[in-house]
Design a binder for this molecule. Structure first.
Ligand code: NAD
Length: 335
């Protein structure tokens, strides 16, 4: 099978590239990634020489480039590429619409023209909006996004749906809760708190710190996408979640406790506008229909993640110093 993976230099995409190459020795992967600030080829350094793996630096909105890749005979697409940070979407919504909405449509169109066998669109539980104190998001929950990021993802979900309904494209949409684990860019909650604590810097917590997210270890997300890619019923949406709801302040306290750092590092800051209060996922469908089970509980997952950041200080220090950008520019020309 030849899989086009988009956004494979980002956090989840790079974990997925490793996952697939480890699991299926005869699969070929083309990784299309624009290497925005969030893309990091260091995540893939160990597989650079793998003959089943090809990296293409390019933008998913570039229909000519995307078309030329499909002409090489792509069987399936797993689409991760996106602008993914809510805070950035509040400052710069336009690039979110361009990449997440237009980019997805460009890929869908090429997939349709070349009759791919499966298009897996990796989406987020944030498209459902926010929950009160009780209840969970199911696949039937109406889309009600509240940030430019989640709105652009919801727009892309609807385009994916429309390509199935209108053209019969064999698609699936996955909607996952918050991921954590190795290679996550240190602007997101868990890695940001780990690296700030290690540097004895303050840990900024929005509002009262009581916003709730459901957390899933990234490898468990990869195993769910793997199942959807191979067994997903065309046209279906699958929610993916860890059943690990935590308030933000609980996450921060857990990290400080594991690292032996004082809670005096916590600094409450003005809340994010439109900040969703609670997300919670009902993942019964993927468990019942495809047999998915997460392997990591939150305690082991967060422990492994903290150890990874402790053991890979060079990785995140380079990001902090932007040194890795110099490396990319040397390798692939200035961006
Ligand atoms: P990320 O920001 O770490 O990585 C995104 C990748 O996409 C980067 O490598 C970036 O260079 C690439 N990219 C951005 N714009 C591009 C473009 N125009 N053309 C080609 N490549 C481009 O994101 P992530 O956290 O790994 O998330 C991956 C996907 O999973 C996203 O679609 C996101 O919406 C979804 N998702 C993320 C989470 C989470 O907790 N991180 C949860 C659920 C779903």
């Amino acid at each position: 099978m030849k899989i086009l993976i988009t956004g494979g230099a980002g956090f989840i995409g790079s974990n997925f590239v490793h996952y697939i190459l480890n699991r299926y020795s005869d699969y070929e992967i083309i990784n299309l990634d624009a290497l925005t600030y969030a893309g990091n080829l260091e995540n893939l350094r160990t597989i650079q020489e793998n003959s089943n793996y090809t990296f293409i630096k390019g933008d998913i909105t570039d229909s000519k480039l995307v078309g030329s890749l499909f002409e090489q005979g792509v069987d399936s697409v797993v689409h991760f590429a996106a602008e993914s940070h809510v805070d950035r979407s509040i400052l710069e919504p336009d690039v979110f619409v361009k990449t997440n909405v237009l980019g997805t449509q460009v890929l869908l169109e090429a997939a349709r023209k070349h009759s791919v066998k499966k298009f897996v669109h990796v989406s987020t539980d944030e498209v459902y909006g926010t929950l009160g104190e009780t209840g969970l998001f199911t696949e039937e929950t109406p889309l009600s996004p509240n940030s430019p990021y989640s709105a652009s993802k919801a727009g892309s979900d609807l385009l994916v749906r429309s390509y199935h309904e209108t053209y019969g494209l064999p698609v699936n949409i996955t909607r996952c809760s918050n991921n954590y684990g190795p290679y996550q860019f240190p602007e997101k909650l868990i890695p940001l708190m780990i690296v700030n604590a290690l540097d004895d810097k303050s840990l900024p917590v929005y509002g009262d710190g009581l916003n709730i997210r459901d957390w899933l270890y990234v490898e468990d997300h990869c195993s769910a996408i793997d199942l959807v890619l191979h067994k997903g019923v065309n046209g279906e949406v699958y929610n993916i979640g860890g059943n690990n709801e935590r308030t933000n302040i609980q996450i921060v306290q857990t990290i400080l406790h594991e690292l032996g750092k004082p809670e005096s590092l916590i600094k409450y800051v003005k809340d994010r506008p439109g900040h969703d209060r609670r997300y919670g996922i009902d993942a019964t469908k993927i468990t019942r229909e495809l047999g998915w089970e997460p392997k990591h509980n939150f305690e082991t997952g967060i422990h492994e993640t903290i150890r990874w950041y402790l053991n890979n200080e060079i990785w995140w220090k380079r990001i902090q110093s932007c040194e890795y950008q110099k490396y990319f520019d040397e390798q692939y020309g200035a961006r």
